[in-house]
Write a protein that binds this ligand. Structure first.
Ligand SMILES: Nc1ncnc2c1ncn2[C@@H]1O[C@H](COP(=O)(O)OP(=O)(O)O)[C@@H](O)[C@H]1O
Ligand SMILES: [Mg+2]
Length: 426
């Protein structure tokens, strides 16, 4: 059956003042989906204008995009970064399926429906969508942003979605609250006591250990080793452990900070093998402080390797806009120790060397990130010394792992590569 082409148009605006950036058109023609974007002349003339997405060069004209595969988005990269992915899409899809059961005239969801269903208040970064009635997509007036106290109820509803026994009421409750960000794991938006925007990440029915506490541990360990990591703590409400992670795409006064994922910066397809050296090249090109960010990136690769964080795909790296068309590396996020996995990175180190599987590779490639070999050896040794404190951090109040759980995580932190790194300390 071939339906009439469906066409939707929205204005893309930025920040609290909602300055117009351009016009986004979405077309679904039969099963093909594509988008078109053009900058507004007022944006091109503005002193504050910048290239909001690497596939949208700052000039007049229409840029069209079709998804290269089912895994990829039909939208420009920076907008695709704000779209729901596995977890949020599942909530939206199930809610729609329930509505469709009641009203069979409803059409299937399109990529635009997913993009537009994200709550405006918590949409990632600074880009926002406005429909022809002048309303933000999606307006948050209908959904109060949850407080820490609500986390127990949200965790319970999220759990039911995962288990497949959710009700229409559970889904209606989760829409907006639990559908703002991408990623696979169940999560929601939450306001901290001081009003700051944060993410709540829940346990999943598939977890074999305390992933929630493990993630907070990894973020704390990164910070302890001198890297920038998202601020995180474990909150337990009504028996549910939640990793509460402060959003770094909002400044202390609540302003929205433009965001780009590493995957978007490299205009990568989801299923492509790309390399950190390519990210380094991009940082040299668009970085506001390239020397600092290159070193920081290399340090994170060393830490990821030594704590066995092997889910390091390019959408788990972010960049925040720093003004004048330049970007800074965002704090580290979505880092997890995987005690049951082999130490092999998802993102390659360089095209020639492939995935990271040894400390030696990281030391050899360090000069590409601005560290001479001797300096890299010293830095890796110093990192290893800090990582050796992981047990104390794990047992601290904000992480709260107990003895048996520590034993489960130990193989991620205590292994031959960690001992080899420690041996670099003179
Ligand atoms: N502290 C944060 N501040 C702002 N955005 C974040 C933060 N942490 C994660 N994100 C965004 O939310 C997405 C999903 O979060 P992530 O922790 O990666 O979840 P998952 O474990 O499900 O992949 C990330 O890809 C990133 O776009
Ligand atoms: Mg992620």
């Amino acid at each position: 059956m071939s339906a009439r082409p469906l066409r939707q148009q929205v204005r893309v605006v930025i920040g609290a003042k909602a300055l117009t950036v351009g016009q986004l058109t979405f077309v679904r023609d039969d099963r093909r989906e594509y988008s078109g974007f053009s900058y507004a002349s007022e944006w091109l003339r503005s002193r504050d204008s910048f290239e909001v997405s690497p596939d949208l060069p700052l000039r007049a004209g229409f840029v069209t995009r079709r998804a290269p595969s089912d895994l990829d988005s039909p939208f420009p990269f920076a907008l695709a970064d704000t779209a729901p992915d596995a977890w949020a899409a599942r909530v939206i899809k199930r809610a729609h399926a329930k509505r469709r059961a009641e009203d069979p005239t409803l059409t299937p969801l399109t990529a635009f429906d997913y993009l537009a269903s994200v709550d405006d208040f918590s949409r990632l970064g600074a880009l926002r969508l406005v429909n022809s009635q002048g309303e933000f997509l999606r307006s948050s007036t209908q959904h109060r942003t949850p407080q820490l106290l609500d986390l127990g109820k949200i965790a319970a509803a999220a759990h039911k979605v995962e288990a497949g026994n959710d009700t229409a009421a559970d889904l209606a409750y989760l829409l907006g609250k639990a559908t703002s960000l991408g990623g696979l794991r169940p999560k929601c938006t939450v306001l901290e006591e001081d009003g700051a925007l944060a993410i709540g990440k829940f346990a999943s029915v598939n977890d074999e250990r305390s992933i929630v506490r493990g993630e907070v541990l990894a973020l704390r360990v990164l910070a302890h080793a001198g890297s920038q990591a998202a601020r995180a703590r474990v909150v337990t409400i009504e028996g549910a452990d939640v990793a509460v992670i402060r959003r770094f795409d909002r400044s202390s006064d609540g302003a929205r900070v433009p965001y780009l994922s590493g995957g978007s910066l490299l205009q990568s397809r989801r299923d492509e093998d790309r390399a950190y050296t390519e990210l380094a090249d991009a940082i040299r090109r668009i970085g506001a402080a390239p020397a600092d960010d290159l070193r920081e990136l290399w340090r994170r690769l060393v830490i990821n390797f030594l704590i066995t964080n092997v889910d390091d795909h390019l959408w788990n790296v972010g960049f925040l806009y720093a003004g004048d068309g330049k970007w800074r590396l965002a704090p580290a996020f979505d880092v997890n120790p995987f005690p049951d996995k082999a130490r092999e990175s998802k993102t390659w180190l360089s095209e020639a060397s492939g995935p990271i599987t040894s400390l030696e590779q990281l030391l050899t490639e360090a000069p590409y990130f601005g560290l001479a070999r001797a300096e890299a050896e010293q830095a890796a040794g110093a990192i290893a010394l800090k990582l050796a404190h992981w047990r104390q951090i794990a047992e601290s109040e904000d992480v709260g792992l107990n003895g048996a759980e520590l034993a489960e995580f130990a193989p991620a932190f205590e292994h031959d590569d960690a001992r080899a790194a420690l041996a670099l300390v003179h």
